[in-house]
Ligand binder design. Sequence first.
Ligand code: FDA
Ligand code: NAP
Length: 450
Amino acid sequence: MGTFAREIYDVVGIGFGPSNLSLAIALDEYRTEGAGSSRSGPSAMFFERQSSFGWHRNMLLPTTTMQISFMKDLATFRNPVSPFGFVSYLHASGRLTQFVNNQDFFPTRQEFHQYLEWAAAGFTDRVRYGTEVTGIRLPAATEVGAAEPYVELEVRSGSTTRVVGARNVAISTGLVPRMPKGVQRDERVWHSSEFLDRYSRRNPSELNTVAVVGAGQSAAEITRYLYDELPHAQVYSIIPSYGYCVADDTPFANQIFDPGAVDTYFFGTDRSREAFWHYHRNTNYSVVDDEVIRDLYRRAYDEEVRGLDRLRFLNLSRVDQVKRAGDETRVSLLSLPTDETRELDVDAIVFATGYDAMEPTALLGDLDRHCLRDESGRYRVARDYRLITAPELSCGIYLQGGTEHTHGLTSSLLSNLAVRSGEIAESIIGRRAEPAAEPLLRPVVAGETG
Ligand code: FDA
Ligand code: NAP
């Protein structure tokens, strides 16, 4: 492509989910703070491939609740008086009093989605919906060894592609749905990330036998939903454990989501990072909220009382493969205690089998060879979430997601969003003032890898 970037921004965000929305707010508030001084705020543009703002829309099931306090919103932990905090939204919606009367720290996901949409509406001039960034590259004119002040992004919208320039890029493209090896998605085999869309296209009366795979929050919520929505159907829940395990959200364990925990993780040793995972993985992965577990058990028990068997938990089982032919869907289940395989015919199956971390390699394309990696092949990332690059790449490439190995568990979550975006905004603004500023790296401890 022989096109050169005519638009050049200080910051270009790829994706406009909660992470980059929070960054847009932080950049805006730094700009406002700088108003009246000689400091002009950074120019910013965000590209989002969805046609309008949407946060995991296909999992917006009725009654599901947030897994963080409403105060861990887009801004409050960075700036408690931000006009984009959840309390401002409640006030603007006329529901502040009722919310307080409700005495619940955890809003429904539907209410939080409305909050996010409300905040996103404040940035329509800086977001281009329906546009997908397909690649990042150095400008064609780059001489070998010369440090380029900007990179180019290819932005596709419908059948047209244009090129924009960015002095800094914030990649925030989100989690990647994970399916068991060899299982292909189609109109009867769904991943939880596409659940409501796929479900809405089926005639419920034709769904007589359905199965949900997994023992995490998505699986439990979808099992409950299908059981309630399809009163005629047999619902199977295929879980690899003996029973659902509870998500630890007790106060001491919850401290791992504190902003300060990022420093402990980042500047810690391999041993301390390992301890985080060993002790606290059950705050987030393959676990379910206590209330949802009890809700499901209550349904199962009620079935026992009524002599029914419509909700069945196939525990200690993993899905091995799925065979599809026309309307038929045959699932092979491996029983962990016996090592035997059994087959199950279903009308639809939902794989709530989780997600892989954000992976920017494909987007970075050829630029990837300028990004440094550790001995395990993972990106090296500075404390300010900036990819550590070779000197010829002087632009900042920041990651919002995909940094669990350097910054810990909050990498893909909302918990530390406000503070993380503030740190990225500060880094971008600081580097404008002092372009040669060194990234903050963690010291390498003798005998340590990575
Ligand atoms: P997110 O995935 O939200 O946004 C990424 C955006 O980038 C998307 O809008 C996508 O369309 C866009 N995009 C991708 N590639 C693009 C490209 N090439 N060009 C342009 N746009 C592109 N965490 C938590 O702390 N508390 C909670 O309650 C929950 N709840 C929750 C529910 C469900 C169902 C899931 C699956 C996950 C959660 N999470 C969570 C974790 C979740 O990762 C988190 O809530 C946010 O979605 C993270 O926001 P991001 O903006 O980083 O990603
Ligand atoms: P998850 O926690 O990663 O759970 C995936 C589940 O699938 C695990 O139990 C896993 O078991 C199982 N699994 C994987 N392959 C399997 C196979 N072949 N056969 C049987 N089981 C298999 O994923 P998630 O539930 O989607 O949660 C992801 C994130 O989204 C979490 O942060 C969660 O909190 C969040 N979330 C939040 C809400 C909400 O806010 N209300 C709702 C949904 C999700 P193993 O562990 O043994 O692999």
